[in-house]
Design a protein around this ligand. Structure first.
Ligand code: NAD
Length: 535
């Protein structure tokens, strides 16, 4: 592996990383393929290093190794599995400096946004280490005719889980799905995005150091179109995070194989400012909602609807706050907003803004590519007067671009917020918490944050997270995040032999007896009614 670009050599010198270290990480991929692909640093467009391009056979072998390791891992006591994950969380914190360097190098994001990822992992580990053992424990349920019959539910790992992750939050969005899968006793094959394999390799290394046995977490690197379909064809469950377009391909393939999947997809997230909102606070929140990770965040707001009575004040404050953001690619905590991931993505962002302006929108701030800062840096951009049929109004931009629009009242804001095929995250700003909760219930999104951009929703790890409509299927986080990785089975027993007419009893008598029994049974308490009484 060679560092060919002087600019990347310069970037590496600003970090704890060396070409040898990157080569050690690359060598962790078990691949027969001699083919490699090159990973580039968005901040400089220089080469970081090469990583094996796994073939279909490499992926099959990785799944075979994971399958071989699965029964031993499932038999490892759950508390021991939890301890390994807790230890891993500690190691992530301990090695945060290197992880932050890798994250910045591969994604071009600012360090202040990279740190959000590093802090998220230990919290996820602790949450599932604590709640996971209960989630995987067998449960007794009410039998058909208690106490003559019983029912219990056993929970087994689904087997080998395939996790396919994106480049925008490569650490968080791999681990948040890997950790509960492992805790549940599954083994995992992780396929990170081809733009960000090194951070995933560093995580696998730390998990092994934390005590994860061989084969329990395998990693395959390479093109999504090669490794992805093969992975889906051989695993027992797929956890996918990425674009809606690829999500449909993944779902179709999983459906063909009759395996279950969770799909965390794109969004066109609305932010609503009501007439009683503190506009200064809402403006600060909107900056975080729109420009975190240069807008390359699935939960980022891309449409803002503001009550007309506070529109001018909000826009003044929002534009002012946005203009104060610094754009940069430094490996310290100085810059607010980093780079876009690559040239293709920059082109998509520029196309959306040009299309909006060509169809009549006005730029309130931003709207310029900034090669002087970095080859793919783009200014935080606020548009108004956007044509409702323009690209920026309808399609996910996934960049530092937002449109802002006045609305006459809260009802219109809700209607506008819901006018999208997506439904991932929304943010509502108001002076009244009760009103915020009321409006939140009316918005068709998997998560709605009141008086916050997205952090309070994401960081509530005990609560489910996911999208509706084109934003996906299934939920991560919370009990739902581990339940998806468990195969539940019911085992029922009878203490009275077959539940059928006893020998010699006429069927008409038996039927009459069953009617009486059914009447009694309908009065039996269920687990839900007992819980209501106890409340
Ligand atoms: P993408 O769909 O291009 O790639 C995501 C992953 O899928 C990558 O690992 C890629 O290699 C793999 N892949 C590509 N083709 C595949 C195929 N045919 N079969 C299987 N896997 C394949 O998405 P992206 O551009 O990397 O990520 C950005 C998108 O992800 C945005 O739309 C964003 O909103 C979305 N996203 C959603 C969430 C969420 O939690 N809902 C989180 C982050 C990103």
């Amino acid at each position: 592996m060679t560092i060919e670009s002087e600019t990347t050599a310069a970037a590496l010198s600003a970090t704890q990383l060396s070409p040898n270290r990157l080569e050690t990480l690359s060598n962790r991929v078990a691949a027969d393929s001699a083919e490699q692909f090159t990973v580039r640093a968005p901040a400089t467009d220089g080469e970081i290093g090469d990583v094996p391009a796994c073939t279909e056979r490499d992926v099959e072998r990785a799944v075979e190794r994971a399958r071989d390791a699965q029964s031993n891992w499932a038999e490892t006591p759950v508390d021991e599995r939890a301890t390994i994950l807790e230890r891993f969380g500690d190691l992530v914190l301990k090695h945060r400096a290197e992880l932050l360097d890798l994250l910045q190098l591969e994604t071009g994001k600012s360090r202040r946004h990279a740190v959000e990822e590093v802090l998220d992992v230990p919290l996820t580990c602790s949450y599932y280490a604590d709640s996971g053992p209960t989630a995987v424990t067998d449960e007794r349920r009410r039998g058909a005719i208690p106490p003559a019959t019983t029912a219990s539910v056993t929970k087994n790992p689904v087997g080998v889980v395939g996790v396919i992750s994106p480049w925008n939050y490569p650490l968080t969005l791999s681990l948040t799905d890997v950790v509960p899968a492992l805790l549940a006793g599954n083994t995992v094959v992780l396929k990170p995005d081809e733009k960000t394999p090194f951070i995933a390799l560093a995580l696998v290394e730390l998990l092994e150091r934390a005590g994860l046995p061989d084969g329990v977490l395998e990693i395959v690197t390479g093109a999504g179109s090669v490794a992805g379909p093969t992975l889906i064809d051989h695993v027992d469950y797929v956890s996918f995070t990425g674009s809606t377009e690829t999500g449909r391909i993944v779902a179709a393939r999983a459906g063909r194989n009759l395996i279950d999947c969770s799909l965390e997809l794109g969004g066109k997230n609305p932010l609503v400012v009501l007439d009683d909102a503190d506009v200064e606070e809402a403006a600060r929140g909107a900056v975080q909602a729109c420009f975190t990770n240069a807008g390359q965040l699935c939960l980022a707001a891309e449409r803002i609807y503001v009550d007309k009575s506070v529109y001018d004040a909000f826009v003044d404050a929002f534009v002012g706050e946005t203009r104060r953001l610094s754009l940069g690619t430094g490996f310290d905590f100085e810059d607010d907003v980093g780079s876009l991931i690559d040239g293709d993505h920059l082109e998509q962002v520029e196309t959306h803004v040009e299309d909006a302006v060509d169809s009549g929108a006005s730029l309130l701030t931003g709207g310029r590519h900034r090669p002087d800062v970095g080859p793919f840096c783009y200014e935080p951009t606020i548009l108004t007067g956007v044509d409702p049929d323009s690209l920026v109004a309808r399609e996910e931009t996934f960049g530092p671009v937002v449109s802002v629009q006045p609305v006459p009242d809260a009802e219109t804001a809700i209607e506008a917020a819901n006018d999208s095929p997506y439904g991932l995250n929304a943010s509502v700003w108001t002076g009244s918490r009760d009103r915020g909760l009321e409006v939140a219930r009316e918005i068709d999104c998997g998560t709605v944050c009141v008086n916050d951009a997205y952090v309070s929703g994401w960081a509530a790890i005990d609560a489910p997270m996911g999208g509706v409509g084109d934003s996906g299927l299934g939920r991560r986080h919370g009990p739902e995040g581990i339940d998806r990785y468990l195969e539940t089975r019911t085992i029922a027993t009878s203490r009275v032999g077959p539940l059928d007419a006893p020998p010699g009893v006429p069927t008409s008598w038996y039927a009459r007896g069953m009617v009486t029994l059914t009447r009694l049974q309908r009065r039996l308490p269920t687990a839900a009614s007992v819980a209501r009484w106890l409340r």
